[in-house]
Design a protein around this ligand. Structure first.
Ligand SMILES: [Cu+2]
Length: 323
């Protein structure tokens, strides 16, 4: 499969050329002058954030439909997917530590589907698959802050369902510890296991490729054509990152160092690349040190750069970016 993107060629050119922008103030000086508006990619809504989520009602209800439909992946490619709410990745679920979470799942598909969220400690039988036309509800308190994967649970064929598009991020914000002001974004790394036909259509997951973890390509947030994310020098970016797989994601931002990484209770400081296993997540915080381009990549999957597996964070003074 060959996919060419003129836009991405420009992105690479910008990366190679580097930036000759003016000297920026130090990150901490500049930070006070920048806004903290959330960031987004075309496939993912901005987060509501800790303040809005934790100041709201302590009961959170999420209604999710399983929908089997074609999804546009960008670069002239579409995929006969299985989804939550018609989207890859699924909508981000946001709750606050201590919230009572209710998830209502409606199976509008043609085969059995379920839901497993890593954020809730609950009898795993509550995740079990339900038949088409059926609904199920799970209720549980979200006890552990962090960013968690959630995905389809369908017994022995769960792997096929996750790889067919049914996966997303669930954020549980800490209730007492106030997070630093930052520009927040959700990034889910996932992959497609199937080949395009002449029209660019992938008619579903190839089970043999899926079983071997032999992806056709990997993506961030379900797109191969993500626009550059606009930031300012000095911005602190907080990325809620989930790795669906295959394999460990080597999460790295070219041109900066991860200021803090949250994976469990104790933060790590000054990390160049952080490994996030399939089925795992981590909160990655990094500063935009000066004018320029800072692509988020999986350093173990740089071979997929030409399929769009790079999410550039770029300041406004950089030309030749975006689509
Ligand atoms: Cu499913």
């Amino acid at each position: 499969m060959r996919i060419r993107s003129a836009c991405f060629t420009l992105t690479l050119a910008a990366l190679v050329a580097g930036c000759s922008g003016r000297q920026a103030p130090s990150p901490h000086e500049a930070h006070a002058a920048t806004n903290n508006a959330p960031l987004r990619t075309k496939n993912m809504d901005p987060v509501k954030g800790q303040a809005a989520t934790c100041s709201g009602p302590r009961e959170k209800t999420f209604n999710i439909d399983v929908i089997e439909q074609n999804v546009d992946l960008g670069m002239g490619t579409s995929f006969a997917a299985w989804t939550y709410n018609g989207r890859i990745p699924a909508p981000t679920l946001e709750a606050c530590e201590g919230d009572q979470v209710t998830i209502n799942l409606n199976n509008k598909g043609t085969t059995a589907h379920g839901l497993d969220t890593h954020a809730l400690m609950i009898d795993a039988r509550h995740y079990s698959a339900i038949m088409p036309g059926k609904s199920m509800t799970m209720v549980k308190t979200a006890d552990t802050p962090g960013v968690f994967m959630y995905h389809c649970a369908s017994g022995p064929v769960t792997d096929l369902h996750i790889k067919s598009g049914i996966h997303g991020a669930m954020i549980v914000y800490p209730r007492k510890e106030q997070l630093r002001p930052a520009r927040e974004i959700v990034v889910v790394e996932d992959a497609i296991y199937g080949d395009r036909d002449e029209e660019g259509f992938i008619p579903g997951t190839n089970p043999v490729k899926a079983q071997k973890n032999d992806e056709s390509f990997s993506m961030f947030n379900g797109r191969m054509d993500n626009d550059a994310v606009r930031v300012n020098p000095g911005d602190l970016v907080r990325m809620y990152f989930i790795n669906v797989g295959p394999g460990v994601a080597s999460a790295h931002v070219i041109g900066t160092v991860l200021d803090r990484v949250y994976d469990g209770k104790t933060p790590l400081y000054g990390v160049q690349t952080y490994g996030v296993p399939a089925g795992g997540g981590a909160i990655l915080e990094f500063y935009i040190p000066e004018e320029g381009v800072y692509p988020f990549v999986d350093h173990d999957k740089l071979a997929y750069l030409s399929y769009g597996l790079a999410l550039p964070f770029a300041t406004g003074d950089v030309s030749g970016m975006g689509h």
